[in-house]
Design a protein around this ligand. Structure first.
Ligand code: ADP
Ligand code: MG
Length: 598
């Protein structure tokens, strides 16, 4: 048995010293009290199991053989007491261990969410949403399983084994030595198969994470699946995945269900040997039948804890793999960091300046040496074909990404000298994709602005021309966005997003195609609201309709990550360059009419 223990213990200790597992120890430390109680309950269980094994001797020798009537009353009562103790111990141990396990799950989930929420946008673009969800929902469970099994099982099973082994040696040491040379062989298959179980489980976890991602994508993007008639294709892909998962699970079932029968068969061989030798000793009168039966019972009782202890290694290995996946995330350092000594930001309006700014996603350059200056309270319009880098450029201002080279200044200081949260407080943004949360309409407009008054919220909605359709909702401003499902049109969503930005009332305003989903009429109205809003604010506006930006103080044309042209609407038109071409493309069919409002 001792060599088995060696194998079990070695990897455990080797890994315990890895830095990240100190985190787990820290999680466990918070629960030391409950773990000690669980440990005491474990000892009760192992004590009572050992007592049961021991009690067989007096039962057989005193009651059945010596026919002692006092013992006939006493021993059953003792058995009742032992089982009562065992029951209490089991309950206590289950309760405390699961309490600790659930507490660890909660803490880890919180730590994960806390970490993930603070990671930069680039992280969310790299990782698949489904996989991240799987980390928070599945992997923490495996980790908990590891901690509970490792702690309880090792305490309960190890102490049970020690107790039973003591009884075995006490009853008949000759037989004990014999048994302990033969029986360990029975555990060999458990150990070998355990490794296979582990591999299969890791495979299953991965497959589950993939399945999660797949579901997320095909449900969230169901409209496209339908529009392109890909239902059958997606079904086949899904069936393929469940088939793979099925095969993996079945493999696991085979390996797991093989280990018990194999162990029992080899154990049976050992027991047969013990019976043969022990029986001979009883016949010879060297030992009593009670002693022998107690011995045999203890050997049988040993199996379960021994098997669990051997499997413990697997639970730990499996748990450690999950731990790695979880802590890989928890230990990810955000590349967007606050400075050590942040500068305070003066109240707006602000001047924003780009100086030789370069940016690339991975190794693909997107912005190449951008120089720009937007003075206090002026409006800069960014124009250009899609894919030119306009969104990327404005994303650099709130530090969603950091520049690769060059600098962005706000009031003459590099934006990296301010605290990220302070910087973002100065910026209101309407993104290209309208994103709302499943809260009430009111909460969505007041997002990031919880102390906003009812009047302020309604003012913002009115200014964004959202008041009318909000009032038609079943509960007006208290309607949950989720209740509306996909009933909100793109334009309505955008107007809610605009209201949200209006309410934030920040000195820097970024409008990234904020009116792209509105029809011309609604756009004209919202445009007025936006124009009012832009007054006195430093504004970056991206619009595909050039009529909406003609009034900007300065217009910059971006093509392929370069500024190819800049000036005012009039000078750019006169230059007959890129801007004039874009303008013609939009308005040529309508002739001078469209140029009217400009
Ligand atoms: P625009 O807003 O002018 O249409 P973007 O700034 O969105 O352009 O994109 C500029 C280029 O960068 C495009 O070629 C686009 O494919 C690429 N790009 C945008 N976002 C990412 C990203 N997260 N990862 C990699 N490439 C990206
Ligand atoms: Mg864009």
């Amino acid at each position: 048995m001792s060599d088995k223990k060696e194998m079990r213990v070695k990897p455990f200790f080797k890994i315990t010293f890895k830095e990240r597992h100190r985190h787990i120890l820290a999680l466990i430390k918070k629960n030391v009290g409950r773990l000690v109680l669980a440990g005491c309950c474990s000892l009760m269980i192992s004590g009572t199991t050992t007592a049961m094994g021991y009690l067989i001797k007096p039962v057989i020798d005193d009651i059945f053989i010596n026919k002692d009537t006092t013992r006939l009353l006493l021993l059953p009562l003792l058995v009742v007491a032992v089982y009562l103790m065992k029951g209490l111990g089991s309950y206590g141990q289950e309760y405390f261990m699961n309490y600790v396990g659930q507490d660890i799950i909660r803490r880890l989930r919180n730590q994960l969410y806390d970490r993930i929420q603070d990671l930069p946008l680039s992280f969310f673009q790299k990782e698949r949403t489904g996989t991240l969800m799987s980390r928070i929902t599945n992997d923490v469970n495996i980790l908990k399983a590891m901690v509970s099994t490792a702690v309880t099982s090792s305490m309960r099973d190890a102490s049970t084994i020690i107790g039973l082994t003591a009884v075995i040696f006490y009853q008949n040491w000759r037989l004990a030595i014999l048994a302990f040379t033969v029986l360990p062989a029975a555990f060999w298959p458990v150990y070998i198969l355990g490794k296979k179980v582990r591999n299969v489980s890791t495979g299953c976890q991965q497959a589950m994470a993939d399945l999660n991602s797949f579901l997320h994508e095909t449900f969230a993007g169901n409209k496209i699946v339908k529009a392109f008639g890909m239902e059958q294709h997606e079904k086949q892909r899904f069936f393929g995945r469940t088939q793979d998962l099925f095969q993996l699970e079945i493999k696991g079932v085979i390996v797991r269900s093989l280990s018990s029968p194999l162990m029992e068969f080899f154990g049976g061989l050992g027991i047969a040997f013990v019976i043969w030798y022990g029986g001979w000793e009883v016949i010879e009168g060297k030992t009593t039948p009670g002693t022998f039966m107690s011995f045999l019972a203890c050997v049988l009782l040993l199996y379960d804890p021994a098997r669990k202890l051997i499997n413990l290694n697997n639970a730990i290995q499996q748990g450690l793999a999950a731990t790695d996946r979880v802590f890989d995330i928890i230990e990810t350092e955000s590349e967007i960091q606050d400075p050590a000594t942040p500068c305070p930001i003066e109240p707006g309006p602000h001047e924003v300046r780009f100086e030789k700014v370069h940016f690339s996603y991975g190794d693909r350059p997107v912005l190449n040496g951008i120089d720009l200056r937007v003075p206090h309270g002026q409006v800069l319009a960014l124009v250009g074909m899609s894919g030119g880098g306009k969104t990327t450029l404005v994303n650099l201002i709130p530090r969603f990404f950091d520049v690769i080279a060059g600098r962005i200044y706000l009031d003459g200081k590099d934006i990296r000298e301010y605290r990220v949260a302070d910087l973002r407080k100065e910026i209101a943004i309407v993104t290209q994709e309208p994103i709302l949360f499943n809260e009430t309409v009111r909460d969505n407009i007041a997002y990031g602005n919880p102390q906003a008054t009812v009047t302020a919220i309604e003012e913002a909605a009115k200014a964004a021309f959202a008041q009318d359709f909000i009032q038609r909702f079943p509960n007006g401003y208290d309607t949950m966005i989720g209740e509306l499902g996909s009933r909100l049109s793109g334009g309505e969503k955008q107007r809610l997003c605009i209201a949200r930005a209006l309410l934030k009332n920040a000195p820097i305003l970024i409008l990234d195609e904020a009116t792209s989903s509105l029809d011309t009429e609604a756009e004209a109205l919202v445009q007025k609201a936006l124009e009012n809003l832009m007054k006195g604010r430093t504004t970056f506006v991206i619009a595909h309709r050039l009529s909406t930006i003609a009034k900007a103080d300065h217009i910059v044309v971006i093509v392929g990550g370069h500024i190819v042209e800049q000036g005012t609407h009039e000078t750019l038109l006169a230059a007959k360059g890129e801007y004039a071409k874009l303008y013609e493309m939009q308005f040529a069919p309508n002739g001078a009419g469209a140029a009217g409002p400009v």
